[in-house]
Design a protein around this ligand. Structure first.
Ligand code: ZN
Length: 48
């Protein structure tokens, strides 16, 4: 069987709580801690 399904971890945005099912989620590291943010919240993150 060539049914190779990747196990995609369900990521959640730390800001708004949306999941990677609905919105692309980016992973980043801040002060040694791994964080997750969706593309909607990323601009807010950049602007502080
Ligand atoms: Zn978000």
């Amino acid at each position: 069987m060539a049914n190779v399904k990747k196990e995609a971890p369900e990521l959640e945005c730390d800001q708004c709580g949306t999941t990677s099912e609905l919105t692309p989620i980016l992973t980043y590291v801040h002060q040694g801690e791994e964080k997750h943010v969706c593309t909607h919240c990323l601009p807010m993150l950049i602007h502080g």
